[in-house]
Design a protein around this ligand. Sequence first.
Ligand code: ZN
Length: 410
Amino acid sequence: MSSTTLFSIIFVILIVQFIIETILNHLNAKKFSDPIPEELGDVFNEAEYLKSQAYKKTNYRFGLLSSSFSLVLTLGVLWFGGFDWVDKIAMGVSDNIILRALIFFGIIMFGSDLLTTPFSWYQIFVIEEKYGFNKTTAKIFLTDKIKGWIMMIVLGGGILALVIWFFEWAGSDFWLYAWGLIAVFTIFMNLFYSRLIVPIFNKQTPLEEGNLKTKIENYAQRVGFELRHIFVIDGSKRSTKANAYFSGFGREKRVTLFDTLINDLEDDEIVAVLAHEVGHYKRNHIVVNLVVSILLTGFTLFLLSIFINNPELSLAIRVTEPSFHAALIGFGILYSPISEITGLIMNYFSRKFEYQADDYAKNTFAAIPLITSLKKLSRNSLSNLTPHPAYVFVHYSHPPLISRIMNLKA
Ligand SMILES: [Zn+2]
């Protein structure tokens, strides 16, 4: 296929993705004012409900604005040969293929981050602030950014450099080595993320002795779940929204509770949330997700290895001198419809897993405290109680509140 055809296909992919996304958002927004299901009548009072309506509408309009900006920006960069311009700068700095790729991606990442920062700033300091969620200060925002960049340079840059080195050394077979590297990295991160990465951004302290800890330990013991690490994280540093998550496996498994969760929920409700997380572990969701994501990476890299030597991939994004890094971007856009589909499948299974984890919590603990906790969490984050089914199908990794409650009550 000629590079001009590929260039047109890339344009079509970006525009079609934008249109589908906009239609989904529009459908979802049309249901913002739907009557609330009877089961959820006690989630909001009148004032909170009006506030949640306004919050959803604001986010909808802002989302439309920022996605339009991204589209125009990407199309503009492609149309005016922006990637070639960046590539020429990188070439001017170094002849080394790895250094050139690092500079090329560095400029693109840094540039797009600078251009989108006003949007994330507005989201946090205007929208979240207005609805009372924001706790982030300008200082935290800035240090988060700098830490994020440093991590990106060290981890992202390191992996990219190694992958290109594999390519130089093994040719098309590079994908096997790259796959091995990324698989090891994924497993390592899954095990040690909480230990190594989270502390860069947050403070974690072991859950203090007391009623809550005793209740959690009693529950864990009863279901034969060895839980040595229960941590409380200072989520309140950035937002009033609450959360809990599970990470790692084997001896490294740990539960992390946001301090906001502990403030918002009763002890029984927290144990119910934890029982849900234990359910994910007991039903092997953690390992299944890990294996699937590694297999998907292998599939993507294998496809990449078939096309990477094709100069048309670089020319398709209007880079005049074909290279691994330019082809990577061309491939990334051409591959995105496939990753949309695998994303859909992953979300479908993720929602199934959520029901399974809810069932586990219901069977080993109780349904009522989980229902009341889900309602409280929805109220405190002003979440959407009436999402459009098509939007749920594409974007939701968790079933909508009403479906989870119906399942828990069944
Ligand atoms: Zn879950």
